[in-house]
Ligand binder design. Structure first.
Ligand SMILES: Nc1nc2c(c(=O)[nH]1)N[C@H]1C(S)=C(S)[C@@H](COP(=O)(O)OP(=O)(O)OC[C@H]3O[C@@H](n4cnc5c(=O)[nH]c(N)nc54)[C@H](O)[C@@H]3O)O[C@H]1N2
Ligand SMILES: Nc1nc2c(c(=O)[nH]1)N[C@H]1C(S)=C(S)[C@@H](COP(=O)(O)OP(=O)(O)OC[C@H]3O[C@@H](n4cnc5c(=O)[nH]c(N)nc54)[C@H](O)[C@@H]3O)O[C@H]1N2
Ligand code: SF4
Ligand SMILES: [Mo]
Length: 713
C-alpha cells in the first residue's frame, strides 16, 4: 500500500504527515515521526486533509453563474468568460477598476505564493487586498520602521528561552502563528520543566493561560499601555541591558523619553492591571536570563496594534533579548522570502493611498476594511470587478454584511476557490483548484518564520486528474488570457508563453530561491530528504539583515512616537461607557471559515457561542444556553450564551468564520452547523491607526436577552 510523506497545509505548524493511499483513495493520514520539526505530532484538525480531498461538496469543475444559479462549465469556457469580463472592465475603466483579494490559505500554497502573487501583481491595480490586513500588518509596519523590511518579523526562540511572555495569542489552540513550531504543548511544557516561566496576558483565561505559570487579565485594546509601562519601569530601575546589541541600536534615549508618561500607575486603570503587578512583570522580564515577549493576533486587532508590536520588539531589544539565543530572533530560511518579496515589489509602506478614505498601503496592499467603499463609491478608479483567491471576506473581514452587499453590485467577479461559499456565490465564474494532497509543497512563507531553520519539499500524494488544475495553473492561464487575449496576434503567443513558464513551475522558483539562499540547497537535494531537512537552531543575523538607512534598529520611529498622544487619549477613555468589549477566539477543530464542511471537525458541542462572565450574564438576565442579542454600531446578531469565569468581566468573546446560512452556497455540512458571523457586527471604521489592520478587538457592544421571536428564528 503506497505511503507518501507530505506536509499538512492547514495551519502554520506545518506538521509532517504520512498518507496511506490505495489506487487514489486515501486510507489514513498520520503524523510523520521522522519529520525533524514535528516528530510525529499532528493535531485533531489533520483529518481535514483527507476530508477536503474526499468532500463531495468540493468543486471538481468550474462553475459559471447563470441567473441566480451556478452551473458546471468546461475550463476553456470558464477561463474565457472569466478573462473576457476582467479585460472588458480594465479596458473601459482602467487597471484600478479590477480589485484582487487574496485569503489566508495563499500562505500555505506554493503555487499561489509564487505564480499566483506574481500574476495578480501584473494586473497593475492598486486595489490589492488580502487577509494580511485582518491579521499581521501591524507587525509588518513595526518591522518596516524598526528593522527596515516588512518581512523581517522576528520569532520567539521558544525552545531556548527561560521566560516567555505571551500577549494576545493562544498557541495551544492556534498551534502558533508567525512562529512555526509544531507541538506547542510539548514546547511550552519544556520551558517550565527546564525551570523557565510562561506568562500569558489575555482578557480570557485561555487554554494557553491555563498551561502557563501565570495568567494576567487585561482590558482589550490596552496592551500598548502595558508594554510601554513595562519599558518605562525598566528604564526607571535602570534594568535595561542591551549588551552587545547596543552598537546596533539607535534612538535609545528617544525611547526613554517617549515612554516617560506611561508609568505603571498611569496605565493601571485602563489596562485593569495593578501598578504593582506591572512593576513585577517588568522586573521579572528584565531579570530573566533569556526572555522573549511574543505578541500576536489579539494585539493586532486593536486601534494601536502597531504600537504593541513596536513596544514588544523594543522591550526585547532593550533587555538584550533581540537577536539572541532564547530571545526574539530572525530565521535564516533556506529560501529567502525577502528575496522573492523584493522581486515582486512587496516590500515597503506608505507609497500610495486608497481612493475613498485615503488609507495607506503596507507591502503593496490596501486594508480590506476599505474594499466595500471602493466598490460602492462612484468616480474614477471605482472598483467594478474583483478576483478572489483563497479568501472568504464575507465572513472574515469587518462589516461582512456590507461586503456581501457590495460584492452583489460588481460587474464581474472571478473566484479561485474549492467551494461555492458565502463569498464565491457572488462570483460570475468559480475556478476550483486541486485538493492540497494533489500538489507539491514547500513552505516559502512559513519557513521564514520558523523557530528552527529547516527546509522540506514534498511531492503530490495523489495525481492530478486530466480535468483538474492547480491554483497557479489557473491564475497563470487567467493572467495570460487577460494580457494577451485581446487580439488574435497576441492570443497566438499564449501557448508558447504558457509552456515556458510552466516548465519553470513553482518548484523551479523554489529551486532558484534555494540555490541563491543562505544554505545553498537545491530542489534536488531536498527531494533526497522526504521528511525534511533540519538546518539547526536560529542564529544571530542582526549584522546582515538590517535595512534601515543607518543599518541600526530604530527604537523610537517618529510615526510611532507621534501616535502616543492618541494612545494616551484612548487609554483615558478605556473605562468609559457601559458597553462590553467584544473579542475573538479560535477553536482547535476549526480554521477560520473553511473547515466547517467536515462532519468529523464540526460534530459535538456547538462552538459558535458568546462567552460571558457570570456577573455580566446576571446583569443582562441571561442563563447558560440562552440567546443573547449583541448590538454594535454596525448591526445586531444573536448568539447562544456560554457563561464562564474564564472571561474578564466587561468582555464578551465570539469566534469568527461562522454564519453559513446565507443561502446560495453549496456546503451542506457547514449549513447544518451554520452559527453566526461575528463579522456581521464588527466595524470597518475601527482600524489600527498606523497599519489599517481591522480592529476586531475594539468593538463595543450592547447585550440583551434576545426577544423570543429572534430565538425562534
Ligand atoms: N485551530 C485554529 N488554528 C488557527 C486558526 C483557526 O482559526 N483555528 N487560525 C489561524 C490564523 S489565520 C491565525 S492568524 C493564527 C492566530 O493565532 P493566535 O495569535 O494564537 O490567535 P488566537 O488563538 O485568536 O489568539 C488570540 C488571543 O488574543 C486574545 N485577545 C483578544 N483581544 C485581545 C486584547 O486586546 N489584548 C490581549 N492581550 N489579548 C487579546 C484572545 O482572547 C485570544 O486568546 O491562528 C491560526 N491557527
Ligand atoms: N472577527 C474576526 N475576524 C477575523 C479574525 C478574527 O480573529 N476575528 N481573524 C482574521 C484572520 S487572522 C485571518 S487570516 C482572516 C482569514 O480570512 P480569509 O482568508 O478571507 O478567510 P478563510 O476563512 O481563511 O477563507 C479561505 C478560503 O480559501 C479557500 N481555500 C482553502 N484552501 C485553498 C487553496 O489551496 N486554494 C484556493 N484557491 N482556495 C483555498 C476556502 O475554501 C475559503 O473560501 O480572517 C480574519 N477575520
Ligand atoms: S497543527 Fe494540526 S492543522 Fe496545523 S499543521 Fe499540524 S496537523 Fe495540520
Ligand atoms: Mo490569520
Amino acid at each position: 500500500m503506497p505511503r507518501h510523506h507530505a506536509t499538512c497545509t492547514l495551519c502554520e505548524a506545518a506538521c509532517g504527515i504520512v498518507v496511506e493511499e490505495e489506487r487514489g483513495k486515501v486510507l489514513s493520514v498520520r503524523g510523520d515521526p521522522d519529520d525533524p520539526m514535528s516528530r510525529g505530532y499532528v493535531c485533531p484538525k489533520v483529518v481535514g486533509m483527507q476530508g477536503l480531498h474526499d468532500d463531495p461538496d468540493r468543486l471538481r469543475t468550474p462553475l459559471i453563474r447563470r441567473g441566480d444559479k451556478h452551473v458546471a462549465a468546461s475550463w476553456d469556457e470558464a477561463l474565457g468568460v472569466a478573462a473576457d469580463g476582467l479585460r472588458r472592465v480594465r479596458d473601459e475603466h482602467g487597471k484600478d477598476a479590477v480589485a484582487v483579494y487574496q485569503g489566508n490559505p495563499t500562505a500555505h500554497n506554493l503555487g499561489l505564493m509564487t505564480f499566483g502573487q506574481a500574476v495578480l501583481r501584473t494586473l497593475g491595480t492598486k486595489n490589492l487586498f488580502s487577509a494580511s490586513s485582518t491579521d499581521q500588518v501591524p507587525h509588518m509596519r513595526a518591522a518596516h520602521e524598526m528593522f527596515g523590511h516588512v518581512f523581517y518579523m522576528p520569532v520567539p526562540d521558544i525552545d531556548r528561552t527561560d521566560h516567555l511572555l505571551v500577549v494576545g495569542a493562544n498557541p495551544l489552540v492556534s498551534n502558533g502563528s508567525i512562529m512555526t513550531a509544531p507541538d506547542m504543548k510539548r514546547r511550552l511544557e519544556a520551558i517550565r520543566s527546564r525551570g523557565g516561566r510562561v506568562v500569558v496576558v489575555d482578557p480570557r483565561r485561555t487554554e494557553t493561560a491555563k498551561a502557563a505559570n501565570e495568567h494576567v487579565f487585561i482590558r482589550p485594546s490596552t496592551d500598548a499601555g502595558l508594554l510601554l509601562a513595562m519599558i518605562h519601569q525598566i528604564f526607571r530601575e535602570r534594568l535595561e541591558r542591551p549588551g552587545t546589541l547596543l552598537r546596533h541600536l539607535a534612538q535609545l534615549d528617544e525611547l526613554r523619553d517617549a515612554v516617560k508618561d506611561f508609568s505603571p500607575k498611569a496605565v493601571a486603570t485602563a489596562t485593569g492591571i495593578d501598578a504593582a503587578k506591572i512593576v513585577s512583570l517588568a522586573r521579572t522580564f528584565a531579570k530573566a536570563d533569556r526572555a522573549v515577549c511574543y505578541v500576536r493576533v489579539g494585539t493586532c486587532h486593536q486601534e494601536h496594534g502597531t504600537l504593541v508590536s513596536w513596544a514588544a520588539y523594543a522591550l526585547n531589544a532593550i533587555t538584550g533579548n533581540l537577536d539572541r539565543e532564547g530571545g526574539s530572533m530572525w530565521t535564516t530560511p533556506a529560501a529567502e522570502l525577502v528575496w522573492i518579496a523584493d522581486l515582486v515589489g512587496l516590500a515597503g509602506q506608505g507609497r500610495f493611498k486608497s481612493r475613498v478614505r485615503g488609507l495607506e498601503e503596507v507591502a503593496g496592499e490596501l486594508p480590506v476594511a476599505c474594499l466595500a467603499e471602493e466598490i460602492e463609491t462612484p468616480g474614477k478608479g471605482q472598483v467594478r470587478a474583483l478576483i478572489t483567491s483563497a479568501g472568504n471576506p464575507v465572513l472574515s473581514a469587518p462589516n461582512g454584511r456590507r461586503i456581501d452587499a457590495a460584492l452583489a453590485r460588481l460587474t464581474h467577479m472571478v473566484s479561485v476557490d474549492s467551494y461555492l461559499n458565502e463569498t464565491t456565490r457572488h462570483a460570475h465564474v468559480i475556478l476550483p483548484p486541486v485538493s492540497p494532497l494533489q500538489r507539491s509543497h514547500y513552505d516559502l512563507a512559513l519557513a521564514a518564520f520558523s523557530v528552527r531553520n529547516h527546509a522540506k519539499l514534498t511531492l503530490p500524494v495523489l495525481p492530478q486528474g486530466k480535468n483538474e488544475r492547480q491554483d497557479w495553473e489557473i491564475l497563470l492561464e487567467l493572467g495570460l488570457r487577460i494580457h494577451l487575449g485581446g487580439n488574435p496576434v497576441s492570443r497566438a503567443t499564449i501557448p508558447g508563453v504558457r509552456a515556458g513558464l510552466a516548465r519553470l513551475g513553482p518548484e523551479g522558483v523554489v529551486d532558484l530561491a534555494l540555490r541563491t539562499g543562505p544554505h545553498k540547497l537545491s530542489a534536488d537535494m531536498l527531494r533526497g530528504h522526504p521528511h525534511g531537512l533540519d538546518l539547526g537552531p536560529l542564529e544571530s543575523r542582526v549584522t546582515e539583515i538590517l535595512r534601515t538607512r543607518d543599518k541600526k534598529v530604530h527604537l523610537a520611529p517618529k510615526p510611532f512616537v507621534a501616535e502616543l498622544p492618541h494612545l494616551a487619549a484612548s487609554l483615558a477613555d478605556a473605562t468609559k461607557g457601559d458597553e462590553l468589549l467584544l473579542i475573538g477566539r479560535r477553536h482547535l477543530r476549526s480554521n477560520n471559515s473553511w473547515l466547517h464542511n467536515d462532519e468529523r471537525l464540526v460534530k459535538g458541542r456547538a462552538r459558535c457561542t458568546l462567552l460571558l462572565h457570570p456577573r455580566d450574564a446576571a446583569r443582562f438576565g441571561l442563563v447558560d444556553g440562552a440567546l443573547a442579542q449583541v448590538t454594535s454600531a454596525r448591526g445586531s446578531v444573536t448568539f447562544p450564551v456560554e457563561i464562564t469565569e474564564d472571561i474578564m468581566p466587561g468582555v464578551a468573546s465570539a469566534p469568527h468564520g461562522w454564519g453559513h446560512d446565507r443561502g446560495g452556497t453549496r456546503m451542506r455540512v457547514a449549513e447544518a452547523h451554520a452559527g453566526t458571523s461575528v463579522n456581521d457586527i464588527t466595524d470597518d471604521r475601527l482600524l489600527d491607526r498606523l497599519s489599517g489592520n481591522a480592529a476586531f478587538s475594539s468593538v463595543r457592544v450592547k447585550i440583551a436577552a434576545a426577544a423570543h421571536s429572534a430565538a425562534a428564528e
